[in-house]
Ligand binder design. Structure first.
Ligand code: HEC
Ligand code: HEC
Length: 235
């Protein structure tokens, strides 16, 4: 991934949303560029993750109500980009913002924690939608999402396309609406255009379908699994 391609990925921001601060975007591009080329120290990533476990829980599974997303199993590059975007305020995440400040988290630590999380098993029981409109969801997904997010929602790491399989339904719906409405300013320009015509019913259907796309068996934890890296965590 060279800087030019990264610049293109971020450039939709500048074209589509006037309020975005060009300097903030450039800073995010530079940080991602630097962090993805560092050699990660997974063991240090585990230590850094202690900061994050308060909200995302020791397993990195977030909460089934979707307030906190599952971040376990996400592609490392996608995690690094989201951290840089939250830091640059391209995403409105006031609760998490302080944790991305570089005084707390150096670029090496972005790389370390991302590598740690990417290796963690994913939840076997994520939050699902109502299950009433899945055929419509499947059709919408296959027509509109497969090219970028993959048939099983596995994403494409090299292109910063997030893995969205097995994610909590409420989180998916919230992000989708924020991307559509331009509230999530780091979004993919083409995706923003493509989803403008989606009705509430469409959104619910396609996200319900997405929430039921299962990570491969070897990427899922057994029911009841607890992360042994944090034995003394108080839940
Ligand atoms: C105070 C709570 C809190 C802490 C601590 C926290 N996060 Fe988050 N994080 C959130 C919330 C809430 C969201 C979802 C924001 C939204 O809805 O856009 C989020 C979103 C994310 C995302 C984006 C997920 C996606 O699918 O795009 C990543 C990646 C992430 N967090 C990683 C981390 C890491 C790594 C740490 C530790 C360095 C951390 N978070 C610490 C609350 C927190
Ligand atoms: C042109 C490529 C493209 C298409 C088509 C597309 N997406 Fe995306 N999508 C992306 C990219 C890139 C991101 C990550 C943006 C960023 O860096 O934050 C994203 C982010 C998301 C997210 C937020 C993920 C997270 O972890 O926070 C969801 C949910 C999502 N897409 C769902 C969908 C669905 C459902 C469809 C089909 C209706 C779709 N996308 C179509 C490229 C695309």
């Amino acid at each position: 991934m060279d800087k030019l391609l990264l610049g293109t990925i971020f450039s939709g921001l500048l074209l589509s949303v006037q309020s975005v601060d060009a300097q903030a975007v450039n800073e995010a591009v530079n940080q991602v560029e630097m962090a993805i080329h560092l050699t990660p120290d997974v063991d240090n990533g585990r230590k850094v993750y202690m900061l994050c476990a308060v909200c995302h829980l020791p397993e990195g599974w977030g909460t089934e109500d979707g307030y906190y997303p599952q971040i376990a199993g996400q592609h490392a590059k996608v995690i690094i980009k989201q951290l840089a975007d939250i830091l640059a305020r391209n995403r409105d995440t006031p609760t998490m913002f302080p944790f991305t400040l570089l005084q707390n988290l150096r670029l090496q630590e972005y790389a370390d924690v991302a590598a740690y999380l990417a290796r963690q098993p994913m939840t076997p029981s994520n939050g699902l939608g109502p299950g009433t409109d899945l055929e419509r969801g499947r059709m919408l997904y296959e027509k509109n999402c497969v090219d970028c997010h993959g048939r099983e929602g596995e994403g494409v790491e090299g292109e910063f396309m997030p893995l969205i399989q097995g994610q909590h339904y409420n989180y998916l719906v919230r992000q989708f609406e924020w991307i559509r409405d331009g509230k999530r300013r780091n979004a993919d320009d083409e995706m923003v255009k493509q989803i403008q015509g989606f009705t509430d019913r469409d959104i619910s259907a396609v996200m319900d379908y997405t929430s039921r796309l299962k990570p491969p068996a070897e990427r899922r934890a057994a029911p009841g699994w607890r992360n042994p890296d944090f034995p003394s965590f108080v839940r």
